[in-house]
Design a protein around this ligand. Structure first.
Ligand code: FE
Length: 217
């Protein structure tokens, strides 16, 4: 009886299908084809949103790591001043070859008061050069762009100089959200802060990175 039982067990084992279980934890890792260190900036082609250009790695890194926005207060308006020129070129860098001044990267969101992103918002920047002078003939240090589908913008420029009438560093900006009116304001720097309009500034040595979020009605 015992032998019969052993024989039976042996026969069952022999008839069992041959399967090789691969423990997933022991399986060799698959080659990682998706980059994990640089999250791609996704622009939904369906919305055909004119997006802030993604031109290099610093652009991607900065846009992917914007500080968490504070949407508790609307961005205040500020005066336009006398030096606005319409019909600026669309671009995300205002830096021309040989331009003097310390590079400044300005980036952030355009958001609703509920902290929802506003894609395709139009932003038009203009500023003085390092000597505090505006180009009122051409488009030096002037340019517009649109937020991407996450409501983000990215601008490369230089730290503006002061001029006698305005002894304070500032960047002018006009902003229009889709279907909204043109909104005009200025951005300032921590050395001479202005309530609600001061950028969060990081000195990276050879350049600055400034963050500012526009919170719109
Ligand atoms: Fe000005």
């Amino acid at each position: 009886m015992k032998r019969l039982l052993i024989l039976l067990i042996f026969m069952i084992a022999a008839c069992a299908p041959l399967s090789v279980d691969v423990n997933p934890t022991l399986a060799p890792p698959l080659p990682d084809s998706t980059p994990t260190s640089i999250p791609a900036v996704q622009v939904d082609p369906a919305t055909s949103a004119p997006a802030a250009e993604v031109t290099d790695e610093s652009n991607i890194d900065i846009l992917a790591n914007l500080p968490d926005p504070d949407c508790s207060a609307l961005t205040p308006a500020d005066q336009e001043g006398p030096y606005y020129t319409p019909d600026t070129p669309e671009r995300t860098s205002l830096i021309d070859e040989g331009m003097q001044g310390k590079k400044l990267i300005l980036a952030g969101y355009v958001l609703t008061a509920d902290c929802l992103p506003i894609p395709t918002a139009w932003l038009d920047f203009w500023q003085a050069d390092v000597n505090g002078e505006y180009d009122n003939e051409g488009y030096t240090l002037r340019g517009h762009q649109f937020t991407d589908n996450k409501g983000r913008y990215y601008l490369e420029t230089i730290l503006p100089g002061e001029y006698p009438q305005r002894p304070i560093e500032h960047i002018h900006v006009k902003l229009q959200i889709p279907g909204g009116e043109v909104f005009t304001t200025q951005l300032y720097f921590p050395i001479q802060p202005v309530n609600g309009l001061t950028v969060q500034l990081e000195d990276k040595g050879d350049h600055f990175v400034a963050y500012f979020n526009f919170i719109m009605k």
